[in-house]
Ligand binder design. Structure first.
Ligand SMILES: Cc1cc2nc3c(=O)[nH]c(=O)nc-3n(C[C@H](O)[C@H](O)[C@H](O)COP(=O)(O)OP(=O)(O)OC[C@H]3O[C@@H](n4cnc5c(N)ncnc54)[C@H](O)[C@@H]3O)c2cc1C
Length: 322
């Protein structure tokens, strides 16, 4: 293949880059390690997006949903229809192992090596959870990827965290008959929790249907119980399952291996020009939520889909001036 561009990641933003490249006649390939929009596929089954569907659209293709805010199945349907209707050149289940800089870029996957003068990294942040680093976190009863509530019916569940994912998991499992205890570092439910969900969780906690320990930390998990450090001291409660909704982080070693420099503070912001999305390496671009470093609440689909136009615009201007 004589490629102008390799796009790594077949999430919404990788697809947006593919659409924009195709629109302008660039020869591109999208390499995706899992299924199409792999992160969205692994989101909780019943999830409703906080964005309205028009803000999740890519390539100007209308996204029609039953209600203003689409569900996960509607989003999967939309991105699938876009990818196949526009015949995007995408290779699924092909993980990129390394990016080498040699006469342009060589991108190595388990199935082969691709060469192109330019690469876009749109790998998101959903593959690496922020660990609690506590004893027992590796037990099979602990998950960082909550899927759906039926599994937890009749069981004692600890939900760690107070943001959207934790609150959705707590409410859903409670409503399917789980005995839910929330362990929350802060003193309140997160301010970013969807405005139509926040009163629900606050009222369930106030009435005692869901137990919540604020200013508290889960410190150990064992087969049948767990330890929580609360302002009143260490307590041990019986426990069957733990949903640790503690957020995720980009694959920093992948970015560093490619030669992208990261800020030295704890945020680990990758270096890129916000006008063009080009990194410290010429022809190597970042798109989507991977741009935010540890600040994973800065970039979303709705405000990073614009990266596609910026990058392809920059590539076209470079080609024209060459
Ligand atoms: C529960 C939840 C709800 C959200 N709700 C909203 C919302 O309502 N509105 C909104 O705008 N945003 C929302 N977000 C954020 C949004 O989903 C992400 O911003 C979005 O997925 C970002 O798209 P992306 O293409 O940058 O990354 P991703 O969708 O994560 O796509 C990255 C892709 O890269 C692939 N990949 C990773 N490494 C490799 C590799 N080495 N080789 C090949 N492929 C690789 C992954 O498999 C993945 O498919 C939500 C996030 C979560 C977790």
């Amino acid at each position: 293949m004589n490629l102008d561009l390799i796009i790594i990641g077949g999430g919404p933003i990788g697809l947006a880059c593919g659409l924009e490249a195709k629109k302008h006649g660039l020869n591109y390939v999208i390499l995706e390690k899992g299924c199409l929009v792999n992160s969205l596929y692994r989101y909780p089954a019943n999830m409703t997006f906080f964005s309205t569907s028009d803000r999740l659209e890519i390539g100007g293709v209308p996204f029609v949903s039953n209600n203003a805010k689409p569900t996960r199945p509607e989003a999967l349907e939309y991105y699938r229809r876009v990818a196949f209707s526009y015949k995007l050149n995408i290779r699924l289940f092909e993980q990129v192992e390394a990016i080498e800089r040699e006469n342009g870029y060589s991108v190595r996957t388990l199935k082969g090596t691709y060469h192109a003068p330019r690469v876009i990294i749109a790998t998101g942040f959903y593959d690496i959870p922020n660990l609690l680093n506590i004893p027992g976190e590796d037990l099979p009863k602990v998950t960082h990827y909550y899927q759906e509530p039926h599994f937890y019916a009749g069981m004692k569940v600890i939900v760690v965290g107070a943001n959207n994912s934790s609150v959705d998991a707590a409410l859903e499992t409670y409503r399917k008959g789980a005995e839910v205890t929330m362990v929350i570092r802060e003193g309140e439910i997160g301010r970013r929790v969807k405005y139509w969900v926040k009163p629900d969780i606050e009222n369930r906690i106030a009435e005692g249907s869901i137990r919540a320990y604020f200013h508290s930390h889960l410190v150990a998990v064992r087969e049948t119980e767990a330890d929580i450090r609360t302002p009143d001291g260490l307590i041990t409660i019986p426990n069957d399952f733990v949903v640790a909704a503690t957020g995720y982080q980009p694959n920093f070693s992948f970015l560093e291996q490619a030669g992208i420099t990261l800020s030295e503070d704890e945020k680990r912001y990758p270096t890129y020009d916000p006008d063009t999305q080009e990194t410290n390496l010429p022809g190597l671009y970042l798109a989507g939520v991977v741009c935010g470093g540890m600040d994973t609440h800065v970039w979303f689909i709705e405000n990073s889909r614009i990266h596609a136009e910026k990058i392809i615009g920059h590539i076209l201007s470079q080609i024209q001036s060459a």
